[in-house]
Design a binder for this molecule. Structure first.
Ligand SMILES: [Zn+2]
Length: 145
């Protein structure tokens, strides 16, 4: 399977490769393979992702719908890996805690500080700090997709 992704990497332009997020596809495939012996959904997804890579390999030129399809397939798989296998995607916690920080910061800014800007900055900074810490922790435990 890794061979086929490399083959695809050689075939597409660097821009297309970035758009297809082939590094991510490779990481997802590895995870699915790892879980496939104990999880039917992963085994099924692993097959589907492989078929998608094959389809892309057979094409002479990639169209918009090819990118869209892979994106959709990937999204479903990432969500399964997150929910069922407790994996996190890169930057997931930063995004999550940034949103929480902004929300808390807005409330504090409007009430305690009586200054929305200060509250927002503080909330954002704390959110990024906590989220980065969580992401680093997940990475250390090998839970990053
Ligand atoms: Zn699974």
């Amino acid at each position: 399977m890794a061979d086929r992704i490399n083959e695809l990497r050689n075939k597409v332009t660097p821009k297309e490769e970035k758009k297809l997020e082939l590094d991510k596809v490779e990481r997802i495939l590895k995870r699915l393979e790892q879980f496939s012996s104990e999880c039917e959904t992963c085994a099924k997804y692993w097959k589907i992702l492989g078929e998608n890579v094959d389809t892309l390999l057979e094409k002479n030129e990639l169209g918009r719908e090819d990118f869209e399809r892979l994106k959709k397939v990937k999204r479903g798989m990432i969500s399964h890996l997150q929910k069922t296998h407790k994996l996190v995607s890169e930057g997931q916690n930063v995004g999550l805690f940034m949103a929480i920080g902004i929300s808390i910061g807005t409330t504090l800014g409007l009430t305690v500080f009586d200054n929305l800007a200060i509250g927002l900055c503080l909330g954002l900074a704390m959110g990024v700090a906590v989220g980065s810490g969580k992401d680093a922790e997940a990475k250390k435990k090998g839970l990053t997709i």
